[in-house]
Structures are given as structure tokens and as C-alpha cells.
Design a protein around this ligand. Structure first.
Ligand code: ADP
Ligand code: MG
Ligand code: MG
Length: 255
């Protein structure tokens, strides 16, 4: 069974003066174990796609379906999706003043366990898991005592996000331009984390404008999204082709 099955997806963004059509018929199937990349010019609808998958408010699906692990994803609330193992890393991480990163991680883990009908994680087990995962991913432990993302550098935010992703053991990870504005070291942190999470029962959707990230995370399938549609699908060589030629072929203008 597919992990994520998107069929003929049309979505609009709600605006004051009406609705604007952004996604115009997306078909995309991710099977367990696969890493898919979605590339495309600015304004193509990449973030809209990830926001619709996440169930963020402000969007209306006007046509089509999204099935996640056999269930109708569009019928699920955003937090339900997260508890069902969907992990979304966004372009702009949210700051949560007053909540220590470690507390935030523990809450997230317990929410998932609760959804799976499992008891809360023991305090000692949580500390062990946090210690070993942060060591593996190179996250300084004192960072986890600080409030979520408050005053973190771009690289630190990514490290914590990857740590969170690893600790939650998601079934499907969606990374929306998580590489934008990162220096090469932070980029490698993200890529190493994602690569470490590759597993036969896990799928990944890596959304990026630039090919650079895909030098480190090698996708099984690459899709080009332009003007709300997937206009081309290929293997990893498509990403290299795009790096060389840009998106002009798909937009009628220089990318
Ligand atoms: P991408 O992530 O590929 O750059 P987006 O999904 O962010 O594209 O945006 C797709 C289109 O929707 C763009 O034309 C953008 O200007 C528009 N858009 C995005 N967010 C909003 C919003 N909140 N209100 C109105 N238009 C928006
Ligand atoms: Mg954009
Ligand atoms: Mg975007």
C-alpha cells in the first residue's frame, strides 16, 4: 500500500477578496522506503502542497484526494496527522518562548504514544533517548534546556528540528525548503539526519528550490512542480539537469 497517495489535488488559498487557485491537479504517490524530491520555481505551490498535507488553516481543497497509510488524510485534524506519524519541517520554524526544548520534545513523543495506545515514556527512558539521539546528531545538550527556537541560529534550529524528527520516529517526513538560508555545515546536518532516518517503512518528501541539498540526500524520484502542476518526473539526474538548465523550460522565463 502507498504511504501517501495524492490524486488530482486542487487547492485554493483563501484571500480577503476570494480564493486563488494554487494547486491545479497534483498526482503523487510515495511508497514506504522512498525518498521523493519536489523541485520548482518560487511561487509554484510547493509550500501550499506541504501546508495542505499538514492540514494548516487558510487552504481549501476543491478537488481530489490525499490518502495516508490507507486513511483519508484530508478528514484528519492537523494534530491528528502529526500523531499518525506525519512530520513536517517548515521553511520558518516557530519559536515557543517559555517552553524548554526538552519539554517540547517529551510532549510531542507522548502525544504520539498516546495516539498509538501506548503509555507515556518513563522520565529516565526519555532522558536516555534524548542523550543518545542528541549525541548521534551533534546537538549540544544545553541547547535542549533553552526555549524552543528562541534565539537559535538557523543551523541550531535545524539541528533541533532533525533531533525532534529522529525522536518521533515518523512514518512520513515532509521537509519544505528546510535548506533555504543554510550554510554548508547546517545543510549537511539536515542531510545526515534525513539519511539516518531512511528506513524501509518510512517515506520522505523533500521540497527544495535548489539542487544543492540533493547532493547529500539522494532522492529515488524527482518531480518538477510548476504553476500548481507536476510537469515532469524522473530520477536523481533530473535534479542535476535542473541545476544546469534552471526552470525556464517550465515557466517560459529565466528561473
Ligand atoms: P512556493 O513554495 O513554490 O514558492 P507557495 O505555495 O508559497 O509557492 O505559493 C504559491 C502561490 O500562492 C504564489 O503565487 C504565492 O504568491 C501565493 N501565496 C502564497 N501564500 C499566500 C497567502 N497567504 N495569501 C495569498 N497568496 C499566497
Ligand atoms: Mg516560496
Ligand atoms: Mg515555499
Amino acid at each position: 500500500m502507498a504511504l501517501l497517495d495524492i490524486k488530482e489535488l486542487h487547492a485554493t488559498i483563501d484571500e480577503d477578496d476570494g480564493a486563488k487557485a494554487i494547486l491545479k491537479g497534483i498526482d503523487l504517490t510515495i511508497r514506504p522506503g522512498e525518498v521523493h524530491a519536489v523541485m520548482g520555481p518560487n511561487g509554484a505551490g510547493k509550500s501550499t502542497l506541504s501546508n495542505v498535507i499538514a492540514g494548516r488553516p487558510g487552504y481549501t481543497v476543491t478537488q481530489g484526494s490525499v490518502t495516508y497509510d490507507g486513511a483519508d488524510l484530508l478528514e484528519m485534524e492537523a494534530d491528528e496527522r502529526a500523531r499518525a506519524g506525519l512530520f513536517l519541517a517548515f521553511q520558518y520554524p516557530v519559536e515557543i518562548p517559555g517552553v524548554a526544548t526538552a519539554t517540547f520534545l517529551k510532549t510531542a513523543i507522548n502525544a504520539r504514544r498516546k495516539a498509538a495506545g501506548e503509555p507515556e515514556i518513563e522520565a529516565l527512558d526519555f532522558l536516555k533517548l534524548m542523550k543518545s539521539t542528541s549525541k548521534r546528531l551533534g546537538v549540544p545538550e544545553d541547547m535542549l534546556k533553552r526555549p524552543v527556537n528562541v534565539g537559535f541560529s538557523g543551523g541550531e534550529k535545524k539541528r533541533v528540528e532533525v533531533l525532534q524528527m529522529a525522536m518521533l520516529e515518523p512514518r512520513l517526513c515532509v521537509l519544505d525548503e528546510t535548506d533555504s538560508g543554510l550554510d554548508i555545515d547546517a545543510l549537511k546536518v539536515v542531510a545526515d539526519g534525513v539519511n539516518a532516518l531512511r528506513a524501509p517503512d518510512r517515506g520522505m518528501l523533500v521540497i527544495t528550490h535548489y539542487q544543492r541539498l540533493l547532493d547529500y540526500i539522494v532522492p529515488d524520484v524527482v518531480h518538477v512542480l510548476a504553476d500548481g502542476r507536476i510537469v515532469k518526473t524522473g530520477d536523481k539526474t533530473l535534479a542535476q539537469e535542473l541545476e544546469a538548465k534552471g526552470y525556464a523550460e517550465f515557466t517560459g522565463a529565466a528561473a
